[in-house]
Unconditional design. Structure first.
Length: 314
Protein backbone atom coordinates (compact mmCIF):
# COMPACT_ATOMS: atom_id res chain seq x y z
CA UNK A 1 0.00 0.00 0.00
CA UNK A 2 2.73 2.56 0.80
CA UNK A 3 4.52 1.62 -2.43
CA UNK A 4 1.38 2.28 -4.45
CA UNK A 5 1.01 5.66 -2.75
CA UNK A 6 4.64 6.56 -3.55
CA UNK A 7 4.20 5.59 -7.21
CA UNK A 8 1.14 7.77 -7.52
CA UNK A 9 2.93 10.71 -5.91
CA UNK A 10 5.89 10.23 -8.26
CA UNK A 11 3.61 10.23 -11.29
CA UNK A 12 1.88 13.35 -10.04
CA UNK A 13 5.20 15.16 -9.53
CA UNK A 14 6.37 14.11 -12.99
CA UNK A 15 3.17 15.36 -14.65
CA UNK A 16 3.31 18.66 -12.76
CA UNK A 17 6.98 19.13 -13.61
CA UNK A 18 6.37 18.39 -17.31
CA UNK A 19 3.52 20.91 -17.42
CA UNK A 20 5.56 23.66 -15.77
CA UNK A 21 8.60 23.01 -17.96
CA UNK A 22 6.47 23.02 -21.13
CA UNK A 23 4.91 26.35 -20.16
CA UNK A 24 8.34 27.81 -19.43
CA UNK A 25 9.69 26.67 -22.81
CA UNK A 26 6.63 28.16 -24.53
CA UNK A 27 7.02 31.53 -22.79
CA UNK A 28 10.77 31.81 -23.47
CA UNK A 29 10.55 32.69 -27.21
CA UNK A 30 7.44 34.82 -26.62
CA UNK A 31 9.30 36.80 -23.96
CA UNK A 32 12.28 37.19 -26.28
CA UNK A 33 10.03 38.58 -29.01
CA UNK A 34 8.30 41.00 -26.63
CA UNK A 35 11.63 42.18 -25.20
CA UNK A 36 12.94 42.81 -28.72
CA UNK A 37 9.94 44.99 -29.56
CA UNK A 38 10.04 46.94 -26.30
CA UNK A 39 13.78 47.36 -25.79
CA UNK A 40 14.88 47.22 -29.42
CA UNK A 41 12.33 48.65 -31.83
CA UNK A 42 10.81 51.00 -29.26
CA UNK A 43 14.17 52.54 -28.35
CA UNK A 44 14.88 55.50 -30.64
CA UNK A 45 18.65 55.32 -30.26
CA UNK A 46 18.81 51.60 -31.09
CA UNK A 47 16.36 52.00 -33.96
CA UNK A 48 18.28 54.87 -35.55
CA UNK A 49 21.56 53.03 -34.98
CA UNK A 50 20.20 49.95 -36.76
CA UNK A 51 18.89 51.99 -39.69
CA UNK A 52 21.89 54.31 -40.09
CA UNK A 53 24.10 51.87 -42.07
CA UNK A 54 21.34 51.47 -44.66
CA UNK A 55 22.09 54.96 -45.95
CA UNK A 56 25.09 53.38 -47.69
CA UNK A 57 23.11 50.44 -49.09
CA UNK A 58 22.77 50.88 -52.90
CA UNK A 59 19.35 49.22 -53.05
CA UNK A 60 17.97 51.47 -50.32
CA UNK A 61 19.47 54.55 -51.98
CA UNK A 62 17.94 53.64 -55.35
CA UNK A 63 14.52 53.02 -53.80
CA UNK A 64 14.59 56.34 -51.95
CA UNK A 65 15.78 58.15 -55.07
CA UNK A 66 13.00 56.64 -57.20
CA UNK A 67 10.30 57.46 -54.66
CA UNK A 68 11.48 61.02 -54.08
CA UNK A 69 12.11 61.60 -57.78
CA UNK A 70 8.63 60.43 -58.75
CA UNK A 71 7.11 62.72 -56.13
CA UNK A 72 9.15 65.70 -57.34
CA UNK A 73 8.12 65.05 -60.95
CA UNK A 74 4.49 64.84 -59.88
CA UNK A 75 4.73 68.11 -57.95
CA UNK A 76 6.37 69.87 -60.87
CA UNK A 77 3.52 68.78 -63.11
CA UNK A 78 5.80 67.46 -65.85
CA UNK A 79 4.18 64.05 -65.97
CA UNK A 80 2.85 61.24 -63.89
CA UNK A 81 4.93 59.56 -61.24
CA UNK A 82 7.11 56.76 -62.47
CA UNK A 83 7.41 58.00 -66.11
CA UNK A 84 10.92 58.32 -67.45
CA UNK A 85 10.04 59.97 -70.80
CA UNK A 86 9.17 63.39 -69.35
CA UNK A 87 11.48 66.29 -70.24
CA UNK A 88 12.63 66.96 -66.68
CA UNK A 89 12.13 63.52 -65.20
CA UNK A 90 15.54 61.96 -66.01
CA UNK A 91 17.40 65.02 -64.76
CA UNK A 92 15.46 65.02 -61.50
CA UNK A 93 16.12 61.33 -60.89
CA UNK A 94 19.82 61.68 -61.72
CA UNK A 95 20.18 64.65 -59.38
CA UNK A 96 18.49 62.81 -56.52
CA UNK A 97 20.59 59.68 -57.09
CA UNK A 98 23.70 61.84 -56.89
CA UNK A 99 22.41 63.39 -53.67
CA UNK A 100 21.93 59.94 -52.08
CA UNK A 101 25.68 59.39 -52.34
CA UNK A 102 26.54 62.45 -50.25
CA UNK A 103 27.01 62.93 -46.54
CA UNK A 104 23.98 65.24 -46.52
CA UNK A 105 21.77 62.29 -47.51
CA UNK A 106 23.07 60.28 -44.55
CA UNK A 107 22.16 63.21 -42.32
CA UNK A 108 18.69 63.40 -43.87
CA UNK A 109 18.26 59.63 -43.57
CA UNK A 110 19.11 59.65 -39.88
CA UNK A 111 16.96 62.71 -39.18
CA UNK A 112 14.02 61.25 -41.09
CA UNK A 113 14.17 57.92 -39.26
CA UNK A 114 14.46 59.67 -35.91
CA UNK A 115 11.52 61.96 -36.67
CA UNK A 116 9.30 59.09 -37.83
CA UNK A 117 10.23 56.93 -34.84
CA UNK A 118 9.58 59.73 -32.35
CA UNK A 119 6.20 60.50 -33.93
CA UNK A 120 5.08 56.86 -33.91
CA UNK A 121 6.22 56.31 -30.29
CA UNK A 122 4.46 59.48 -29.17
CA UNK A 123 1.22 58.25 -30.72
CA UNK A 124 1.56 54.79 -29.18
CA UNK A 125 2.41 55.95 -25.67
CA UNK A 126 0.33 59.11 -25.25
CA UNK A 127 -3.44 58.76 -24.91
CA UNK A 128 -3.83 62.54 -24.98
CA UNK A 129 -2.79 62.77 -28.64
CA UNK A 130 -5.55 63.91 -30.95
CA UNK A 131 -7.23 61.15 -32.98
CA UNK A 132 -5.97 60.97 -36.52
CA UNK A 133 -2.99 59.76 -38.54
CA UNK A 134 0.57 59.88 -37.24
CA UNK A 135 2.32 62.73 -39.05
CA UNK A 136 5.89 63.97 -39.32
CA UNK A 137 6.96 67.56 -39.88
CA UNK A 138 9.32 67.70 -42.87
CA UNK A 139 11.11 70.63 -41.25
CA UNK A 140 12.67 68.12 -38.84
CA UNK A 141 14.42 66.61 -41.86
CA UNK A 142 15.17 69.64 -44.00
CA UNK A 143 16.68 71.64 -41.11
CA UNK A 144 19.66 69.28 -40.44
CA UNK A 145 20.14 68.80 -44.19
CA UNK A 146 20.41 72.54 -44.73
CA UNK A 147 22.79 72.83 -41.78
CA UNK A 148 24.95 70.04 -43.20
CA UNK A 149 25.08 71.61 -46.65
CA UNK A 150 25.94 74.98 -45.13
CA UNK A 151 28.75 73.39 -43.12
CA UNK A 152 30.09 71.91 -46.37
CA UNK A 153 29.99 75.43 -47.88
CA UNK A 154 27.46 74.44 -50.50
CA UNK A 155 26.36 77.54 -52.53
CA UNK A 156 22.89 78.85 -51.70
CA UNK A 157 22.51 76.34 -48.86
CA UNK A 158 21.12 79.04 -46.58
CA UNK A 159 18.38 79.72 -49.14
CA UNK A 160 16.92 76.22 -48.94
CA UNK A 161 13.33 76.66 -47.66
CA UNK A 162 12.37 74.97 -44.41
CA UNK A 163 8.62 74.48 -44.62
CA UNK A 164 6.55 72.92 -41.85
CA UNK A 165 4.72 70.30 -43.90
CA UNK A 166 2.96 67.43 -42.15
CA UNK A 167 3.34 64.05 -43.85
CA UNK A 168 1.25 61.06 -42.68
CA UNK A 169 3.30 57.95 -41.85
CA UNK A 170 0.62 55.82 -40.12
CA UNK A 171 -3.07 55.92 -41.16
CA UNK A 172 -5.59 56.96 -38.52
CA UNK A 173 -7.40 53.60 -38.78
CA UNK A 174 -4.32 51.70 -37.58
CA UNK A 175 -3.31 53.86 -34.61
CA UNK A 176 -5.72 52.31 -32.08
CA UNK A 177 -4.74 48.73 -32.92
CA UNK A 178 -1.03 49.52 -32.84
CA UNK A 179 -1.42 51.26 -29.47
CA UNK A 180 -3.12 48.21 -27.90
CA UNK A 181 -0.53 45.85 -29.34
CA UNK A 182 2.33 47.98 -28.10
CA UNK A 183 0.94 48.14 -24.57
CA UNK A 184 0.46 44.38 -24.49
CA UNK A 185 4.03 43.75 -25.64
CA UNK A 186 5.38 46.39 -23.28
CA UNK A 187 3.87 44.58 -20.29
CA UNK A 188 4.83 41.15 -21.64
CA UNK A 189 8.46 42.17 -22.09
CA UNK A 190 8.87 42.30 -18.31
CA UNK A 191 6.60 39.53 -17.08
CA UNK A 192 7.07 36.80 -19.68
CA UNK A 193 10.82 36.29 -19.08
CA UNK A 194 10.32 36.34 -15.30
CA UNK A 195 7.42 33.89 -15.58
CA UNK A 196 9.47 31.58 -17.83
CA UNK A 197 12.35 31.47 -15.34
CA UNK A 198 10.01 30.95 -12.37
CA UNK A 199 8.08 28.14 -14.10
CA UNK A 200 11.28 26.39 -15.19
CA UNK A 201 12.81 26.59 -11.72
CA UNK A 202 9.61 25.31 -10.10
CA UNK A 203 9.27 22.50 -12.63
CA UNK A 204 12.80 21.31 -11.98
CA UNK A 205 12.39 21.59 -8.20
CA UNK A 206 9.22 19.47 -8.02
CA UNK A 207 10.43 16.84 -10.51
CA UNK A 208 11.01 13.30 -9.31
CA UNK A 209 14.18 13.24 -11.42
CA UNK A 210 15.61 16.74 -11.50
CA UNK A 211 18.38 15.97 -13.95
CA UNK A 212 15.88 14.66 -16.47
CA UNK A 213 13.71 17.75 -15.95
CA UNK A 214 16.74 20.00 -16.47
CA UNK A 215 17.56 18.19 -19.71
CA UNK A 216 13.98 18.58 -20.90
CA UNK A 217 14.07 22.29 -20.04
CA UNK A 218 17.22 22.76 -22.09
CA UNK A 219 15.81 20.90 -25.08
CA UNK A 220 12.53 22.83 -24.90
CA UNK A 221 14.38 26.14 -24.72
CA UNK A 222 16.49 25.16 -27.73
CA UNK A 223 13.33 24.20 -29.62
CA UNK A 224 11.78 27.59 -28.81
CA UNK A 225 14.87 29.37 -30.12
CA UNK A 226 14.80 27.29 -33.31
CA UNK A 227 11.11 28.08 -33.86
CA UNK A 228 11.83 31.78 -33.37
CA UNK A 229 14.60 31.62 -36.00
CA UNK A 230 12.16 29.89 -38.34
CA UNK A 231 9.49 32.52 -37.65
CA UNK A 232 11.91 35.31 -38.55
CA UNK A 233 12.73 33.60 -41.85
CA UNK A 234 9.04 33.02 -42.67
CA UNK A 235 8.21 36.62 -41.76
CA UNK A 236 10.93 37.84 -44.10
CA UNK A 237 9.58 35.74 -46.94
CA UNK A 238 6.00 36.91 -46.40
CA UNK A 239 7.10 40.55 -46.14
CA UNK A 240 8.92 40.44 -49.47
CA UNK A 241 6.31 38.33 -51.28
CA UNK A 242 3.96 41.28 -51.93
CA UNK A 243 6.66 43.48 -53.50
CA UNK A 244 6.76 42.93 -57.25
CA UNK A 245 9.70 45.23 -57.98
CA UNK A 246 13.10 43.57 -57.52
CA UNK A 247 14.79 46.79 -56.33
CA UNK A 248 12.09 47.40 -53.74
CA UNK A 249 12.37 43.79 -52.57
CA UNK A 250 16.11 44.13 -52.07
CA UNK A 251 15.67 47.39 -50.17
CA UNK A 252 12.89 45.93 -48.01
CA UNK A 253 15.06 42.88 -47.32
CA UNK A 254 17.90 45.13 -46.16
CA UNK A 255 15.56 47.03 -43.83
CA UNK A 256 14.01 43.82 -42.50
CA UNK A 257 17.40 42.26 -41.82
CA UNK A 258 18.64 45.40 -40.07
CA UNK A 259 15.60 45.61 -37.80
CA UNK A 260 15.57 41.89 -36.91
CA UNK A 261 19.33 41.50 -36.42
CA UNK A 262 19.04 41.74 -32.62
CA UNK A 263 16.09 39.34 -32.52
CA UNK A 264 17.96 36.88 -34.72
CA UNK A 265 20.99 37.00 -32.43
CA UNK A 266 18.80 36.50 -29.35
CA UNK A 267 17.11 33.51 -31.00
CA UNK A 268 20.43 31.80 -31.77
CA UNK A 269 21.59 32.51 -28.22
CA UNK A 270 18.41 30.91 -26.88
CA UNK A 271 19.05 27.87 -29.06
CA UNK A 272 22.69 27.61 -28.00
CA UNK A 273 21.87 28.07 -24.30
CA UNK A 274 19.21 25.37 -24.38
CA UNK A 275 21.47 22.86 -26.13
CA UNK A 276 24.34 23.62 -23.74
CA UNK A 277 22.16 23.07 -20.68
CA UNK A 278 20.67 19.85 -22.07
CA UNK A 279 24.04 18.45 -23.15
CA UNK A 280 25.72 19.33 -19.84
CA UNK A 281 22.89 17.74 -17.84
CA UNK A 282 22.95 14.60 -19.98
CA UNK A 283 26.73 14.20 -19.79
CA UNK A 284 26.71 14.77 -16.03
CA UNK A 285 24.12 12.03 -15.62
CA UNK A 286 26.10 9.59 -17.76
CA UNK A 287 29.31 10.22 -15.85
CA UNK A 288 27.50 9.88 -12.54
CA UNK A 289 26.01 6.52 -13.58
CA UNK A 290 29.39 5.21 -14.70
CA UNK A 291 31.02 6.14 -11.41
CA UNK A 292 28.20 4.64 -9.38
CA UNK A 293 28.10 1.31 -11.24
CA UNK A 294 31.61 0.04 -10.25
CA UNK A 295 31.08 1.06 -6.63
CA UNK A 296 28.02 -1.18 -6.43
CA UNK A 297 29.61 -4.19 -8.16
CA UNK A 298 33.10 -4.14 -6.56
CA UNK A 299 34.57 -3.81 -3.15
CA UNK A 300 36.82 -0.98 -2.08
CA UNK A 301 39.95 -2.83 -3.36
CA UNK A 302 38.43 -3.41 -6.78
CA UNK A 303 37.56 -7.11 -6.21
CA UNK A 304 33.99 -8.30 -6.89
CA UNK A 305 31.65 -8.02 -3.97
CA UNK A 306 30.48 -11.29 -2.42
CA UNK A 307 27.03 -11.72 -1.01
CA UNK A 308 26.92 -11.81 2.77
CA UNK A 309 27.23 -15.23 4.32
CA UNK A 310 24.05 -16.78 5.69
CA UNK A 311 23.54 -19.67 8.05
CA UNK A 312 21.95 -22.79 6.65
CA UNK A 313 18.38 -23.37 7.67
CA UNK A 314 17.89 -25.59 10.69
Amino acid sequence: MPLHHDDRRTRLRTALSATLVALACLLAPCGTLAAWVTFGLADTGRYVGAMAPLAADPDVRDTVADAVGDEVVRELGTGTAGTADTPLGPFVHDAIRSFTRTEAFRTAWEAGNRAVHDAVLRALRDDATAPGPVTVDLALVTTPVRARLAADRMPFAHHIPVEHTEVAVVPATEVAGLRKGYRLLDAAALWLPLAAVALAATGIAVAACRRRALTATGLGTALGGALLVLAIAVGRRLTLADLPDRVHRLAAAAVYDALTATLRTASWLLLALGLTVALTSWLTGRLGNRRASPSRATAGDGRPRRPPATLPPL
